[in-house]
Design a protein around this ligand. Sequence first.
Ligand SMILES: *Cc1c(COP(=O)(O)O)cnc(C)c1O
Length: 375
Amino acid sequence: MAVVKADAYGHSLSLCAPALTRAGTTWLGVTSVEEGVAARALCPHARILVLGGLFVGQGPACIQNRLTSAVWEPWQIDELEAAAASAGARPHSVPVHLEIDTGMSRQGVAIGDSAPDALPSLLNRFCAQSSLLLDGVMTHLFAADEADSVFAGEQLRQLDVALARVTAAGHRAHWLSVGNSATLLAGGAESISALAARYGMKALVRPGLALYGVVPRFEPEDPAQVAAARARLKPVLAWKTRVTSVRGIPAGTLVGYNGTFVATEPMRLALLAVGYADGLDRRLGNRFSLLVRGQKAPIVGRISMDQTVVDVTEIPGAESGDETVILGSQGESVITAHDHADTAGTIPWEVFTRIASRVWRFAAEPEGTTRTAPS
Ligand SMILES: *Cc1c(COP(=O)(O)O)cnc(C)c1O
């Protein structure tokens, strides 16, 4: 499954979902029914899993758009059953994936000792007359990026217990949906396939970040396969703007809101058409560099809503119109999503998903060609 939630991690669903289906993915993973409807319009033949489940009132949209919802609450099943009945759906024609909470305490049926045992009554809902089909069982691993795999191993043991109970109740699902990029890159898909095979199921691993060419960091350090993947994978996205204007300032000049930067010598500054409303984290003000003419241009002063100022004193020839790389490579220099995340105190997932919708997305043109902004 290719996870394309949150506008394909900020990379543009309309660019990425068709590319991923052309590359052979049969499943797309989205968060909501709204995202599922958008994915369906782009990919008429894909199977689409709504990872976050549906809201009340969204059963009809799920059925009309052939979305497979994650379910773990009785009301979600009620919602889908009612929509299926009004649509005149045949028995077992509306597939769902039953989510099991194997230890994350986020979503899924709780199966722990202390919790009230909701599994039997949920399984009873998939009776012979039901229009719902138990197509998959899923869970989410909450520490797949921990190299010792202790938590993941325990979660798979919990999942095994749950699958034994599903089977004992006379049910059999086709898909066993577990694992993310970290799982896949560290070789964890093998144990998931083995578990699936024991129940006559097929493993469905759900990478997101890695599909966009970015490798999660492991704690305490990358296992060997992950380090190899890091060397091999190429980030898909570059984020760029242009220099609006360049000016010289004398020593003592204040720069930006509240004058948090004061020039200690004469400097040349470039103004950029990007700000925190575009998703450039405000915490990078005075603490990060962008690329102009293949060189690092330090951000000076606070990042404004729509503009940022960088120091180009050491970059001879920098002028209006110069391409500026916010994330990506230019010449020999590279700025990664991990670089942004480290300075802003977050993770690459958030860096990507915060790139605002007003930032124009387009597929790369062949080398050497340029593109003008949309009018
Ligand atoms: C986002 C998500 C994934 C993908 O995670 P990555 O770490 O980006 O690979 C997989 N499964 C679920 C349930 C998710 O929400």
